[in-house]
Design a protein around this ligand. Sequence first.
Ligand code: HEC
Length: 440
Amino acid sequence: MPPAAVLPASRRLRNGLAGALAAAACNVALAQDAVRGAQLYLQLPGAASCVSCHGPDPSQGRNNLLRAADQPSALQRALGTVGVMGYLKPLLADADVADLAAYLGAVAAAASPAAPAVLWPVTIEFGGVALGAVSPVHTLSLRNVSGTSLALGAPQLAGVGAAGLLLDTDCAATLPAGAECRVRLRAQPAAAGPAAAAVVVTGITPRPWVVPLSYAGRSEPLGVLAVEPPDAVLDFGRTPVGASTVRSVRIVNRGTAEAALGVTALTGPGRDAFRFAAAQGAATPACGTGTLLAPGAACTATLSFASGAAGRFDAYLQWRGDATQPGGLLLAGEAEAAAPPAAPSATGAPAEAAPGDGGGAGCAAAPPARGQRLDPTLSVAAAIALLCLMSRGAVTRLSRRFHGAFTEPAYRPVASAVPGMPAALPFPSSRKDLPDEQAR
Ligand code: HEC
C-alpha cells in the first residue's frame, strides 16, 4: 500500500473512516473481552485462577502480573515459563489469554496516576451463598479526582453470572469534580455452582472500567460470615499525624457450617494508612487468614490507622473464602497536622518505615528560627512528637506483624483436583488451600 501522503484525498478520507470504524469496533470488542477476562481472573472452572496467587487487587501487580496488560504474548510466556502456572496452560485457549490481557490492560489504565477517577475495590468475591439467600452488601466507591466533572454511563452488570446479582447505585449521569458515588452489590444465586460477572462503568476514560465479581450458589450447609454492625463505616475519626488510632470489628459466623477465613485485602486510595493489626498483647492478628469459626462463633479484628501526612484517607477491607463473605468494610480516617509549625512531612510516607530509619516523618516539629520567641505550643508539639515517636515504634511493630501475616507462606503441598495445580496458594480461599497446620 502506498504511503498515506501520496493517496488521493478521497481515498485518504475513506481509509480514515475505515480506520475510525475499525477502532470503534475494536473498542467494543475490547470491552467485551475485558469483561470475559475479568471473570477469568477470578474464576476458572474447576481450578484455582489468577486471584489465588496474584491477589484480590490486581492493580498492585503482584509477581509482575501487569506485564501482561494488553500483552497476550507476555501471558503466554508466563504460562510456559512460570512453573506453578503450568497447570493453567491446557485450561486457557488463545482467546482466554487475549481476554485476560485486555482485562489487565483495563486494570493498569484505571490504576494509572493520570486516571481522572479512582474506583475501589478492584475485585469482589461474595464466596458461597445459599440458594435463594441474599449476600451481605459489597460496595464499590468511585471518586472523581480530576478537576472537571465526568459524564458517566450508568454502572451496569455484564457477564454470565449477572442474573444472580443485585445492583443499586447513587452514581448519576454526572459526577462533579471531587465527588464520590457508590455501587452497592449483593449476590442472590438461583442456581448451584460457581458464577462470575462484572460491573462495567463507562465514561471515565474512553475504555470502560471493569470490576469482576464472583459467587457460588450452594445448597449444602454453609458458613455465613457477617460484620457486626453490618454495613457500617469503620470511622477512625481524627488522629494526629504520625500517631495511630485503633478500632475493632466483630466477625460472626451466622451459618450452619464451620467457616475458614481466607485472605484479607485492603484496597482503595488511602489503603497505606490502614493496617490489619494484632490486638494488644496478642501475637497474631485475630480473624487472620486460617481462622476457623464454628457456627455461632465470632472473632474480633483489630485495625489501626496512622499516616505520616495530613489528609483524609479511605480504604476498603475485604475477605476471600468459601463461606458467605462478610460485606466489605469501608474504612475512613483523617490525619491532622499535630501542631504548627509542622515540618513539611514526606507526602504519603507509609507508617511502616523501617526501625531506625530516622524518619519520624510528620512527627517532627520544626525548631524555632534563631531570635524567634519560643512558642508555648512548642512544648505541646514536643510532647506530641515524643508520643509520635513512641507510637511509631508500636506502629512499626504492628506493621511487621501485618506483613508477617501477609507474606506468602511456604505451604505444604496436598492433593489437588487439577493435575499440576499447586495445592497451597498464597491467597487461599478455601480450607483445602490452607497449610495443613492451619487447617488442623
Ligand atoms: C499457582 C500460583 C499462580 C497462579 C494461579 C497464577 N500465577 Fe501468574 N505468576 C505466579 C508467580 C509465582 C509468578 C512470578 C514468577 C517469577 O517472577 O519468577 C507469576 C508471574 C506472572 C506474570 C509475569 C510474568 C513475567 O513476565 O514476569 C504474569 C503476567 C502472570 N503471572 C499472569 C497470570 C494470570 C493472568 C493468571 C491467571 C490465568 C496467573 N498468572 C495465575 C503464580 C501464579
